[in-house]
Design a protein around this ligand. Structure first.
Ligand code: HEC
Length: 272
């Protein structure tokens, strides 16, 4: 009788999970489901690859930042541990290349000055309307894009993603999207954009960005590096979160086994 009950419960649970999984395993809003890439920061022990983040920043700066803003990025973040880790002198020189608005001064006027490491990354357009007027559509701010475009892979893979891999998804989507312009006769077509039509012209082509570390100058490599950079900007403390997460899991497993053996010991001499 007991076994029957247990079996019934197990079947019910599996059924619920399957139904829930079926519901979330959608087709990513009409686009293809992005293929999984292997990233240095995937998995419970993942870490960012500094050289990759530096290349990704180069792509962002030379290409994407002409249209997209990144309001949550400050110049000085680029020299912080765990990120692209440029030197402070490099960041200072970089910031000084940009003009930022400051003020008001004593006459009540706004003025322009050279950028400083504590300044936010300058936006290419003052607001979404200005962007729309200039290029036809407003590009989303890039600060949190890699997290904002995350999705669930559905049952059972979401369990694997959540418990074992800690794999980020938004980053796979960005990589796929950048390489998803598959129709030469329709430049607005993108295999991965939900709805398939995108107001961003294909931003990357081979040879466009001049890497100095010998990495391939291909649009695939650019897409991979800039996607990694966007993952970092969206979650600069990802490494710390994973380390903490792992410790918590280890602790919970230890605690559960201690409780199990305690229970066994306490009930050992009780007839039941
Ligand atoms: C010429 C301007 C321009 C450039 C350069 C550009 N983008 Fe875009 N991007 C846009 C616009 C406009 C949209 C909004 C598209 C839409 O909503 O259909 C967009 C949207 C996006 C999206 C969001 C798609 C979605 O799911 O809504 C991503 C991701 C993206 N761009 C990444 C990049 C990356 C990475 C780069 C640099 C390699 C880049 N973009 C360069 C204009 C640009």
């Amino acid at each position: 009788m007991k076994t029957m009950k247990k079996l019934g419960l197990a079947a019910l649970l599996t059924g619920t999970l399957l139904v829930a999984g079926g519901a979330s395993a959608q087709d990513h809003g009409g686009g293809h489901v992005p293929a999984r890439q292997s990233w240095s920061f995937a998995g419970p022990f993942g870490t960012f690859d500094t050289a990759q983040l530096q290349r990704g920043f180069q792509v962002f700066r030379e290409v994407c930042s002409n249209c997209h803003s990144m309001t949550k990025l400050n110049f000085r973040n680029l020299s912080q541990p765990g990120g692209p880790q440029f030197s402070e002198a490099q960041v200072k020189a970089l910031a000084a290349e940009y003009k930022v608005q400051d003020g008001p001064n004593e006459d009540g006027k706004m003025f322009e000055r050279n950028g400083r490491p504590s300044d936010a990354w300058p936006s290419p357009y003052p607001n979404a309307q200005a962007a729309r007027a200039a290029i036809g559509a407003a590009p989303p701010d890039m600060s949190l894009l890699a997290k904002a475009r995350s999705y669930s892979r559905g049952f059972p893979m979401f369990l694997v993603d959540a418990v074992i891999q800690y794999q980020e998804h938004g980053v796979d989507y960005i990589y796929a999207l950048l390489n998803g312009y598959s129709k030469n006769d329709d430049p607005t077509w993108n295999d991965y954009m939900p709805g398939n039509h995108i107001a961003m012209a294909k931003p990357l082509s081979d040879g466009q960005v001049d890497y100095t570390d010998g990495s391939p100058k291909t649009s695939q490599q650019y897409a991979r590096d800039v996607a990694a950079f966007l993952m970092w900007s969206a979650e600069p403390h990802l490494e710390q979160r994973k380390k903490t997460g792992f410790r918590v899991m280890a602790f919970l497993i230890l605690l559960s086994s201690l409780l199990y053996f305690t229970k066994k010991k306490i009930w050992a001499n009780v007839a039941h």
